[in-house]
Write a protein that binds this ligand. Structure first.
Ligand code: URA
Ligand code: URA
Length: 262
């Protein structure tokens, strides 16, 4: 580091980085700079079989198994939130400011499962409070639903597959989704909604084991042992306003199903 850097220059450099689009001072995973490099780069023989990086650690830790055990031991939603807070195998946790667990009424008939917190959600520790969340609230209002309603008939319960914000809002990877899936399953078991909405591709991947939301949307399926309706993600609708037509159809379908089951 340049020790001559005065506070004014440091601030100017920071503004410059922000202007360039930097939003985080952190990477994907923490770097331990005290740790000596384990191996120096070596020429790799084409014939040599690849060796796992650290077999001892890889053999011991089963992040998905530990997630299953931790999630099924939780007997209440509060206990599930605590279990997530204690769960240490997801590197995203260390880059996030807050654990984003849920919002709305746990007793609601409708549970919405999104993808992952963004910047606003990470700061406020609540799901869907940024631009996409505001659109989601308007979509729900259009069919008389409201996450702030205390009346179960209008109430909504909202969560995400991932409780921690991925750096730069990158798409969660397969391992991260697999680790969080047992917690989402338990979350649905404990909240016990009548209907689950899967918002976007990542939510379909976690709930149905497949993506392709533009084909899956609007067709009832089953996820986490509940009837589920995949829908386009509101963040996608913000970028593709023309797709709001399809979402309107899906919202009416959702409303009809809720009325039917009353
Ligand atoms: N997008 C999501 O999927 N979830 C949020 O909480 C916010 C944006
Ligand atoms: N791609 C996504 O990831 N989500 C959508 O809702 C639509 C396209």
């Amino acid at each position: 580091m340049d020790s001559e850097l005065d506070p004014h220059s440091a601030l100017a450099m920071l503004h410059w980085q922000i202007d360039l689009g930097a939003t985080e001072a952190i990477g994907d995973v923490p770097v331990n700079r005290f740790e000596a490099p384990k191996t120096l780069a070596q020429p790799v023989s084409a014939a040599a079989p690849a060796r796992p990086a650290s077999p001892a650690v890889a053999d011991q830790v089963d992040p998905v198994g530990e997630a299953r055990a931790a999630a099924s031991a939780a007997k209440t939603l509060d206990a599930l939130k605590e279990a997530l807070a204690r769960y240490d195998h997801c590197a995203l946790k260390r880059g996030a400011r807050n654990l984003v667990f849920a919002d709305g009424q746990p007793d609601a008939r409708l549970m919405i499962i999104g993808e992952a917190p963004g910047r606003e959600e990470d700061m406020q520790a609540k799901p869907f409070v940024g631009a996409a969340g505001q659109l989601l609230d308007r979509m729900l209002a259009a069919i008389g639903m409201d996450r702030h309603a205390s009346d179960v008939a209008q109430a909504v319960y909202i969560t995400n597959v991932l409780p921690w914000r991925p750096p730069q809002n990158r798409t969660p990877n397969a391992e991260e989704i697999a680790m969080m899936r047992p917690f989402v399953q338990r979350h649905v078991d404990l909240a016990d909604p009548e209907i689950v909405v899967l918002m976007g591709n990542i939510s379909c991947e976690a709930g149905l084991g497949r993506q392709g939301i533009t084909r899956l949307r609007g067709t009832w399926g089953e996820a986490y042992g509940k009837p589920c309706l995949p829908m386009l993600h509101p963040a996608y609708l913000l970028r593709n306003p023309a797709a709001k037509r399809e979402t309107w159809t899906d919202l009416l379908e959702l409303q009809a199903r809720l009325e039917e089951q009353t």
